[in-house]
Ligand binder design. Structure first.
Ligand SMILES: [Zn+2]
Length: 260
């Protein structure tokens, strides 16, 4: 029954995208997943990507520059240790690469640190900055923006042993030239936006998540998700990996793709 729901959701999303209802529609280069395709064996591991790094463009990043078949899967916030660790398991089991945007106020990050640190050290997982308290940067003064970013910077250094600069994600996607400049003054020169979403800032059913992945898992996209609960994305990791494999996408972290 779930499988039937999943298929009708996927086809519905494709129909919507073809009808031009999706924001900023672009031709879908990859073929949609084959209906009834066999599920990949659990032992399938995607190979590490071979990336020729590109320079940071300067200013906000919405997509991965270039014509490759890469996709940056990013996840934000982190109120759920279970969700954070489920992504780590998924990355390890499938070879996919994930960038977490850490909101430092959540204790789950410290709890999950032992699970994440080996993956950070291997480069398969990256941690970047998503402030401490998740305010809209546009409502803060320059110095408050810098305090939010640098307190999170210190938290990530203390917890994971890495300096996440220059990558940060503006909370709610709210940014402008002033917030960019305030962040750049403390080394955060790369506000990472997105062009594709799993829609799970609010709760989504597994079928809804699969439909959104069908719509947005495309070459050179930066896709946003959240690690705030389990049962949405985490319930359909296998289906999402299937889409990645069938479309010949290679997931990358931002560090994989961009030269400093
Ligand atoms: Zn957020």
């Amino acid at each position: 029954m779930e499988r039937r729901l999943f298929l009708s959701g996927a086809l519905g999303a494709t129909a919507l995208a073809l009808a031009g209802c999706a924001p900023e529609p672009k031709p879908i280069a990859a073929k949609p997943p084959t209906v009834g395709a066999p599920v990949l064996p659990a032992t399938h591991v995607n190979p590490a990507p071979e990336v020729v790094k590109v320079p940071l463009p300067g200013g906000p990043i919405y997509q991965l520059p270039g014509d490759g078949n890469f996709m940056a899967w990013t996840v934000d916030d982190g109120s759920s240790r279970e969700a954070i660790e489920a992504y780590a398991d998924f990355a390890e089991e499938t070879g996919n690469r994930v960038t977490y945007f850490v909101t430092a106020q959540y204790p789950a990050w410290q709890e999950a640190a032992p699970r994440l640190i080996p993956l950070i050290e291997s480069g398969q997982v990256q941690v970047a900055n998503h402030t401490v308290n998740h305010p809209s940067l546009q409502k803060l003064t320059d110095s408050q923006i810098q305090q939010e970013l640098m307190a999170c910077n210190q938290f990530i250094l203390d917890t994971f042993g890495v300096d996440p600069r220059p990558f940060y994600r503006p909370t709610f996607g709210n940014r402008d030239a002033r917030t960019d400049a305030a962040a750049a003054a403390v080394g955060y020169t790369a506000p990472v936006m997105w062009y594709g979403t799993l829609g799970d800032a609010a709760r989504k059913t597994p079928a809804e998540v699969v439909a959104l992945a069908n719509q947005w898992f495309l070459p050179q996209r930066i896709v946003i998700g959240h690690v705030n609960y389990v049962g949405g994305v985490t319930a359909v990791f296998n289906e999402l990996n299937q889409i990645i494999v069938e479309r010949n996408l290679q997931t990358v972290t931002l560090n994989d793709y961009f030269s400093a």
